[in-house]
Structures are given as C-alpha cells and as structure tokens.
Design a protein around this ligand. Sequence first.
Ligand SMILES: C[S@@+](CC[C@H](N)C(=O)[O-])C[C@H]1O[C@@H](n2cnc3c(N)ncnc32)[C@H](O)[C@@H]1O
Length: 238
Amino acid sequence: MYTADHAEVYDLVYRGRGKDYAAEAAQVMDLAERRGVRPSSLLDVACGTGAHLEHFAGLVERVEGVELSEEMIDLARRRVPAARLHTGDMRHFSLATTFSLVTCMFSSIGYMRDTTELGSALSCLARHLEPGGVLVVEPWWFPESFIEGYVSAHVVEEGRRTVSRVSHSIRDGGDTVMEVHFVVADAGIEVRHFVDVHRIALFTRREYEEAFRTAGLKVEFVEGGPSGRGLLVGTAPD
Ligand SMILES: C[S@@+](CC[C@H](N)C(=O)[O-])C[C@H]1O[C@@H](n2cnc3c(N)ncnc32)[C@H](O)[C@@H]1O
C-alpha cells in the first residue's frame, strides 16, 4: 500500500504541504505532561519515515518505532539513527519492553479493516504502555465529518524535482477509498506518473473509544489535533 515510489516522495510532499512535525511532537508531549506523565520512553507505531521520531528523539530519552512498510522504515532508519526501529504490524507486534508514551499518528489506525482489527491494534498498543502511561492516537475522519468526493491537490518544487499529488476520496460502505495520483518530474531526466489507492476505515468516535476501554484504558477525545481530525488520548491504570 505504501509503494517504494510513494515512500520516496512522502517527505517532500508533506514538507511542501507545510506539515509541522516538530509542532505535532510538542503537542503530543504536552498532552502527556498535562496527564502527569513526563515521558522518558516513547514508541511511535506506524512511524513511517520517522518524521515525528526525529523530533521526539530530542525530547525523550529512549525512542523506538514500529512500521509495516520496509520502504518507509528504511527511510526512518537513515533519518533517526538514535531510534530502535522494528518492522511490525500494529495488530500483533510484541516488544519485550514498555513505554511511558505510545503514539500512532496521522490516521495510520484507519488502515485497520474492521472493529475486530481496531480492537487487536488497541490491545497491542496498550500492552506496550507502562502503568500510568499515555497512548495518543490520531484517528481518521469520523463518518459524519468525512466529505464525500473530497479532492486535495498540491504541487511541491525542491531543487530539480517537482511533485504533484492529487487525491480523490469517496465513501465505499464504511470506508474511505482514496485514490492518490503522483506526477514526479526530475528536470533533465524524466517525468513519471503513479497511483496509490488507500482504503481507510471510517470508524465512529464511539468505536474508537470502545476499543480503548476494552484495551483497559481511560479515554478522552481532544478536538482539533494536527490535522483537524482530533486526537484520542488513553491512560493506562497505575
Ligand atoms: C499516513 S502514514 C503515517 C506515517 C507517519 N506516522 C507520519 O505521521 O508521517 C501511514 C503509515 O502507516 C503504516 N501502516 C499501515 N498499516 C500498518 C500496520 N498494520 N502496522 C504498522 N504500520 C502500518 C504505513 O506503512 C504508513 O507508513
């Protein structure tokens, strides 16, 4: 689903779109601190190219990441050598350690196909929390906030490379199907086009909150968040 082509332009696209990973990392730290946790260890699940981890590494003593895509984790390894990175699936990875803060950002949780998988992922994330630890999950849109037929379009230029990313999202039952078209032009070399299709579940807020509670966590929903989709904040019992 995250092809090598997509991984290669991922950071350039979001840099160009002004996504502020430093500010997002600071926001997540603040949420933990407001709940009385000064994180000394952090696990970022579905860490992608390590864009949050790069900033967490300057704020937290021990940082680790889990990621499904080999192409994405390879980029994270180069970007954050201080982090221990594990190839794994959020539904069932198992590390022999726990963390004061676990994160799963930028709607990666939406790749769970149904509420059973959502429950497995939440239990897996919760098992990696220390007593009293905090879990921050950035959800995908809820069914009522998703805009049917939404189009997003950006062009980014850096050096001799120009990338355009145009996406079109439709609802298919309980999912969003997002078709993303990339045109990548390298001056003097080539221009190429590729398409990625993402199926992202439209879980309700209640389904997310139920999965947190079933995993043994207290849960709160914080409006806004980095992408306007809010943040779900869970706390493990002491
Ligand atoms: C939108 S990207 C977010 C990456 C990163 N967290 C960020 O904020 O830039 C979604 C990521 O989720 C990863 N992913 C999808 N399904 C996964 C799973 N079951 N377990 C772990 N990672 C997964 C993808 O490979 C991709 O890197």
